[in-house]
Design a protein around this ligand. Structure first.
Ligand SMILES: C[S@@+](CC[C@H](N)C(=O)[O-])C[C@H]1O[C@@H](n2cnc3c(N)ncnc32)[C@H](O)[C@@H]1O
Length: 291
């Protein structure tokens, strides 16, 4: 009888790093608050073993793509964003063909606003995902902001020749997303699913350092003080369940108080699209872990 060793249930970061020998994907969208600049510092604090990886505020997914966990559940309250992830996961070739309709065209203000005016509800899933990626790469600073009707309202970005996608990156991202569940969900819902031993990375919109400074308009209604308080309750609940939890946010007095029972660290972040609205350059980032 041949005994076959069973695959360990746990994700081991060393093992997962070698999972796809090809290109390590990077986010296929520019995203405010993206963690690209912080990856080295963040990964030092990520547990080396865990069950399923959960990211309830996935945004551009810089940490997810960097880790390439074997099993993951990604969520965000932004339906356009999650739908773009689904297109990358399920039909990367179709998505790239849809994006190729813009190939060779000069990205003028007129073209940008004509795409922005399209009603996404009248488009196929692929055309809608292509529209999201097109607008993200050609709008001002890659911001995502909607008006009170939920319509995307970021102005034109005036880039000379923006790259809409890199073929190898989309294919590599698609591969990493294959075993990944995707959900359009509020964090209060997505934080219910993790079980003991799972790892949850929380990267919510920043708590403003001053009343006028912050970019928190990712979705209608923004992200308010009560949301930050609810999230700290979810953090405690996940901790009680035996999950490993890591949260990044701005180092405001309110957050230090909310997370005072956990290990709090200061990281230095360099950001191009600055969610804290205090210009570019190095800013402090609060990192909280329960392990
Ligand atoms: C700071 S960004 C995440 C950045 C991400 N870590 C990255 O590397 O790009 C915050 C994300 O939270 C999402 N968001 C805002 N309010 C939310 C809510 N109530 N529930 C879930 N996601 C929400 C936004 O759509 C946005 O994508």
């Amino acid at each position: 009888m041949v005994l076959v060793a069973r695959q360990p249930v746990q994700t081991r970061l060393q093992a997962s790093a070698g999972r796809s020998a090809g290109l390590v994907p990077t986010p296929f969208l520019k995203w405010a608050g993206g963690k690209g600049q912080l990856l080295d510092q963040l990964t030092r604090h990520i547990p080396s073993e865990f069950g399923t990886y959960f990211e309830p505020f996935v945004g551009g997914g810089a940490v997810f793509f960097h880790l390439r966990p074997q099993r993951a559940v990604l969520s965000d309250s932004n339906p356009d964003l999650i739908q773009a992830y689904e297109a990358v996961r399920d039909d990367p070739e179709g998505l790239m063909s849809a994006l190729d309709t813009f190939r060779g065209r000069i990205i003028t203000e007129e073209l940008y606003y004509s795409v922005r005016r399209q009603n996404p509800r009248n488009l196929s899933a692929l055309a809608r995902a292509a529209r999201t990626i097109f607008l993200n790469k050609t709008c001002f600073n890659g911001l995502y902001r909607v008006n009170s009707n939920g319509e995307f309202n970021v102005p034109f970005g005036s880039y000379k020749s923006p790259t809409l996608y890199v073929r190898e990156n989309i294919l590599a991202a698609s591969l990493v997303l294959k075993n990944t569940e995707l959900h359009v969900e509020d964090f209060r819902e997505s934080c219910k699913a993790p079980r003991k031993g799972d790892f949850v990375y929380l990267d919510p919109p920043y708590d403003p350092l001053s009343k006028t400074s912050s970019f928190t308009d990712y979705t209608r209604g923004g992200f308010k003080e009560q949301d930050q308080r609810d999230l700290s309750e979810m953090f405690r609940e996940l901790d009680r369940k035996g999950c490993k939890v890591m949260l990044s946010n701005s180092p405001t007095p309110m957050l230090r108080e909310l997370y005072r029972d956990f290990k709090c660290m200061n990281l230095k972040a360099k950001r191009a699209i600055n969610c804290k609205g205090i210009g570019r350059g190095a800013v402090d980032e609060l990192l909280v872990v329960n392990y």
